[in-house]
Write a protein that binds this ligand. Structure first.
Ligand code: PMP
Length: 435
């Protein structure tokens, strides 16, 4: 049996025996022992509304997903060198959600592994190591992706930008230099074009443009219309490939589309998937075109011990079924719109809510000192998160200045859940910034 230790004891032992760089959420850490739907529960049974979990996509411990995993685990789990229905069925159902010619799937165990493999596909297809990434982005924990993640290489402990990488300014129409919605797409795509040119100026070819379809670590930013079309055109003109990182935002979270890149009317050359794909079960995938997949055939096998195993595929199949049967993409659109409306009403009353943005259940509320300067107020944002936690609502912050309230709950998050959140947020704002 596993002893139930106190919070203090867990912290002490964790400090001594576990990865010392790992942080813990909240000033007073939570010990969470159970999850169901959009809720997490501590030892005393106290429930917390989970508003920052884009992994447990169809809800914590969804019975259908749990049963699919349990049943397959009791029957067989082995590698993909045996034929198995689950692998092929999942590849069929996944590619059916994607536009042509994205029809070939590689299975991995995480989003990082998916992005790393995608870089290998790029190398095989265009033989150019140069890469363009968007500022403040995070693409994974492997060495190859720390190198492509400004969030890490320019952050604490980072070693700066590697020579084969160029960074394009974030398309941030709230605080960036271009704030005109109609012009922003073209304006910020110009930064991608300029990054390609800087690489060329050093005699390097841009092999890949790696971009999230909605910016997560950047601060819950929706790409301006036309941004990906113009950026992809610039990168393709230089002979590079376009990689859409859908690790955070895929599988219907965007509400209006199943894949967030579809909002931009583009078709990437490679798409990488992770987090929600297995509802918490470790899994990732790369989807690409037959042409690029063919370039990767060199004689060397890509083999991944756990990737695509029958248990992972059973779970992933159940996730797709639940999204469809429970209408979760539609729910993300409706509840997301209700949340944004509610946040905009609060914005009328409270100066610190500088901007409300997002789509579906991917929403950001930017906390500022005042509307005119738009100066980030990280301290207030942190205080709001802590006060909301005391009211049993789990939120977090993100963005370069850590002042954006990050809202990305499981898609089962309901209108009632949203109303409860808005009610409590109003209370907290009134407390911290009395009118
Ligand atoms: N890409 C994006 C956009 C991510 O947010 C993350 C994880 N935060 C990753 C890749 C890496 O995924 P994983 O942690 O599953 O390796």
């Amino acid at each position: 049996t596993i002893p139930a230790r106190t919070t203090e004891e867990l912290l002490r032992l964790r400090k001594r025996h576990v990865n010392p760089t790992l942080s813990v959420a909240y000033r007073e850490p939570l010990k969470i022992v159970r999850g169901a739907g959009a809720w997490l529960y501590d030892e005393s049974g106290r429930g917390y509304l989970d508003m920052v979990n884009n992994v447990c996509h169809v809800g914590h411990c969804h019975p259908r997903v749990v049963a699919a995993g349990q049943q397959q685990m009791a029957r067989l789990n082995t590698n993909t060198r045996y034929l198995h229905d689950n692998l092929v069925e999942y590849a069929l159902r996944l590619t059916a959600t994607l536009p042509e010619p994205l029809s070939v799937v590689f299975f991995t165990n995480s989003g990082s592994e998916a992005n790393d493999l995608a870089l290998r596909l790029v190398q095989a297809h265009v033989r150019a190591r140069g890469a363009v990434v968007v500022d403040h982005a995070y693409h994974g924990n492997l060495s190859s992706l720390i190198e492509l993640s400004p969030y890490k290489f320019n952050g604490k402990g980072g070693q700066g930008k590697p020579a084969h990488v160029e960074v394009a300014q974030m398309p941030d129409s709230y605080r960036g230099p271009c704030r005109d919605a109609a012009a922003a797409g073209t304006y910020y795509a110009g930064a991608v074009d300029a990054a390609v040119a800087r690489l060329a100026g050093r005699g390097q070819r841009a092999g890949v443009f790696l971009c999230e379809s909605l910016l997560g670590c950047g601060g819950q930013i929706v790409l301006p219309q036309g941004y990906l079309a113009a950026s992809y055109a610039a990168v393709r003109a230089a002979g590079g490939l376009c990689l859409a990182d859908e690790v955070q935002v895929g599988f219907g979270r965007a509400g209006d589309h199943f894949w967030a890149f579809q909002q931009q009317g583009v078709v990437p050359d490679i798409v990488t998937l992770g987090k929600p794909i297995g509802n918490g079960h470790p899994m990732g995938a790369v989807v690409t075109t037959p042409e690029i997949a063919a370039s990767f055939v060199s004689g060397m096998e890509y083999f991944n011990t756990f990737g695509g195993n029958p248990v992972s595929c059973a779970i992933a199949l159940a996730v797709l079924e639940v999204i469809a049967e429970e209408g979760l993409q539609q729910q993300a659109a409706e509840v997301g719109a209700f949340l944004q409306d509610g946040l905009r009403s609060l914005q009328q009353a409270y100066e610190p809510i500088g901007d409300v943005r997002g789509c579906g259940l991917f929403i950001g509320a930017e906390i500022v000192t005042d509307r005119a300067s738009r100066a980030p107020d990280r301290t207030l944002a942190r205080a709001i998160v802590e006060q909301m936690k005391d009211r049993q609502v789990l939120l977090s912050t993100d963005g370069p200045d850590d002042n954006v309230l990050k809202i990305k709950p499981p898609l089962v998050f309901s209108r009632d859940n949203a109303a409860e959140f808005l009610h409590k947020l109003a209370e907290v704002l009134a407390l911290l910034r009395p009118a």
